[in-house]
Ligand binder design. Sequence first.
Ligand code: SER
Ligand code: ZN
Length: 494
Amino acid sequence: MKLKLTADLMFGKNIDETKDFLEGLLAEFNKKMVKEKVGVEKWFINNNTLTLTVTSEGKRRAHEVLLQLRKTLSEQMGKKYRVGVRNIKTKRYEITFEVEKKPLQQIKVPFAEVSIKNRIVKLVLEEIDEEFLRKNYVDRIIKRVKEKIDAQYYEGKKEYWELIWESEQKEPLWDKDPSEEMQKLGWIVLLGKGKWFYRPPAAAIMRAMERIALENIVQPLGFKEVIEPMHVSFETWLRTGHLEGMPGEIYYICEPKSRDPAEWERFIDLVKITKEVPSEELVKNLKPPRDGVVYAQCPNIYASMRGKTIAEEDLPLLLFEHYVPSNRYESGGKHGIERVDEFHRIEIVYIGRKEQLVELRDRLIESYKHVFNNILELEWRMARVTPFYMQQAGIVGSEEEKSKGTIDFEAWLPYRGDRSKEWLEFQNISIVGEKYTKAFNIKGQKSELWSGCSGVGLERWMVSFLAQKGLNPDNWPKGFKKYLPELPEMPKFL
Ligand code: SER
Ligand code: ZN
């Protein structure tokens, strides 16, 4: 990597008189830096400003060297002339580096002009301030360019998917779309894009699914309930990576600027007069969002334990949440309850030593198998897929060691046809490694902690079951009927 940084160092007063002294300091600095392949060149003084160029072909970044030089000069000049560097203004920063693969298309990043010749990338940054250098945005710009090149190669590649287990085939009892049929019966009603209202029969089925999961998996394995808020702060999602990975799928939350009715007067007048919502006026009264609606339940669970050290005897720590629905902004078009903007899940989270989690995952899989084989009697399978925490953080293409990663559970949807293709992911199970425990600084007394989670999607369980078994309770497996002996009746609408 070659770096070339031209900057103005502004001193507290005119430094014309100090030229010889400065020359000595810079020569000494250069001598010290030779080994590191770093140097200061092309420098001149004008009034209170020292303009210079720092170059580096070694490990040190030119901006780090500049900040170090600022300190040295301020110290030495302070002693002798009682003057220090007040301010740094970067005029031009050129960064040239080689990448492994030739970019396939032009690349853009904020703050820098990017030019590319074969595998050589050149970034030019102009007029950047000291904070920019101090916070090391430069390294992140370089990293971002490399990421974007990798993404270009990854684009169009098939998602990673590897079958690890499959049930026997089961003859479906019908081939209809359960959402469509439930809509005809009035069991479910669409209330806005991807948001369903579940009337008593549908609600009862979903709650039966939930009881099955709680009584056969969550409780026997010793998970304890927690209840979290429906809002997730950006602070939390900066740590998990969701704001990098999924910003276009989040439902954002705005607080009002004020509760004062006087501030809302015009808005209220317009609503009363037009009987419509004046969007522009509304936006004027809102603060920019700082939170979003839960996208998955686990980030808030980690956030609640930020900075904590967990007692050894409490490992693995086993928690679950099933109070807050998750919201995801989905693509438009017509979907049933298998693809929704608001869905209901039990999410279980486990934090412990690596070997504890690997063992727990096996036990979880056994319990899930029991439910899907003996209670719901599904045709289903398990596959290793791209880990959710990479996908949700927008990371593409990297492989994980086998003890980490995500396993998807999928069921065949007969109404969609082709048994070789039409499968729905209805739940998952993951070991995240140290990603989140590190991000939230959650520690063990002695041991390094890993974590993981498993999301039980109730709509997805329901749609998988109904798609294979139909809506007629007489045909449902005995194991399931134990949890729902009778369907509540529908209200009669005239
Ligand atoms: N957090 C994981 C996911 O969103 C598991 O629920 O898929
Ligand atoms: Zn999770």
